[in-house]
Design a protein around this ligand. Structure first.
Ligand code: NAD
Length: 251
């Protein structure tokens, strides 16, 4: 799907939560497509290790997406190394699986701070680079949980924040469309990552049997989709929510 970019179309990509899982896979895919990639994560060691797997075209930085000063410092490190940021992938997220009745305000607020406020802060910090360039790509990770809700996924705070990401992305898409900037959502269903692999095998097998394609997604499936949205070929896709769920939800 994603074409290799030539140097004229090589951009600087900033991927949050890129120390592991989907963020790391998206960063690797963008690097393979010829972009310079900043692997940003609250776990600095993992961010640096992920960047180390790529080589000099990558940089690992520590960032806490909840905190404006931290986001600004990480963006500055990225610019100093590679130049203005053209692709922003908001992938960092967290949750604590909790039944609705036991959800505390602290957990609610923190999940929203990472999953939603993080997108506000990174986008406000990096979109001026894209406006100056007249070109930009913003890709936000939602979830099937944000589309369907449901108790089987990681709690009401997670599902609500992931639903809100779709609304926020559409808002950003509208506001910046005339600057050559697209903003889109990737909504994955079950993808096999370090985190999901921790679930008991019988639970994983049962879930896989319910997915029409008969398996979990692979992180590289999500990386390929992100590359397409980030490419010049993706210019006419904006405000969209791209389902990548093996047919688990069709709409
Ligand atoms: N894996 C799946 O099946 C799946 C399904 C649907 C949606 N998603 C979404 O895809 C994205 C990645 O999922 P994953 O499974 O790779 O998650 P993960 O938990 O493995 O990775 C999330 C990363 O975000 C980082 N992070 C957490 N808080 C942070 C903060 N405050 N600042 C910066 N970084 C922070 C973590 O250190 C971690 O490296 C998430 O947005 C998730 O909601 C994943």
């Amino acid at each position: 799907m994603a074409e290799l970019v030539d140097s004229e179309h090589s951009r600087v990509a900033f991927v949050t939560g890129a120390g592991q899982g989907l963020g790391k896979a998206i960063g690797l895919a963008l690097a393979q497509a010829g972009h310079s990639v900043v692997f940003a994560d609250i776990d600095a060691d993992r961010a640096e290790a992920a960047a180390g797997d790529v080589g000099p075209a990558a940089l690992g930085v520590s960032v806490d997406v909840r905190d404006r000063a931290s986001v600004e410092a990480a963006a500055e490190r990225a610019r100093n190394r590679f130049g203005p940021i053209g692709i922003l992938v908001n992938n960092a997220a967290r949750t604590v699986a909790q039944p609705f009745a036991q959800l505390t305000e602290t957990e609610w607020d923190d999940v929203f701070a990472v999953n939603l406020r993080g997108i506000l802060l990174t986008t406000q910090t990096m979109v001026p680079d894209m406006v100056d360039a007249g070109w930009g790509r913003i890709i936000n990770l939602s979830s099937l949980a944000g589309q369907r809700g449901g108790p089987q996924v990681q709690g009401a705070h997670y599902a609500s924040s992931k639903a809100a990401i779709i609304g926020l992305s559409r808002y950003i898409a509208h506001e910046y469309a005339s600057y050559g900037i697209t903003a889109n959502v990737i909504a994955p269903g079950p993808i096999l990552t370090e985190a999901t692999a921790l679930a008991p095998k019988d639970k994983l097998d049962l879930l896989a049997s319910q997915i029409p394609v008969g398996r979990f997604g692979a992180a590289r499936d999500v990386g390929a989709l992100a590359c397409h949205l980030a490419s010049t070929a993706g210019a006419f896709i904006t405000g969209a929510t791209m389902d990548i769920n093996g047919g688990l939800q069709m709409r």
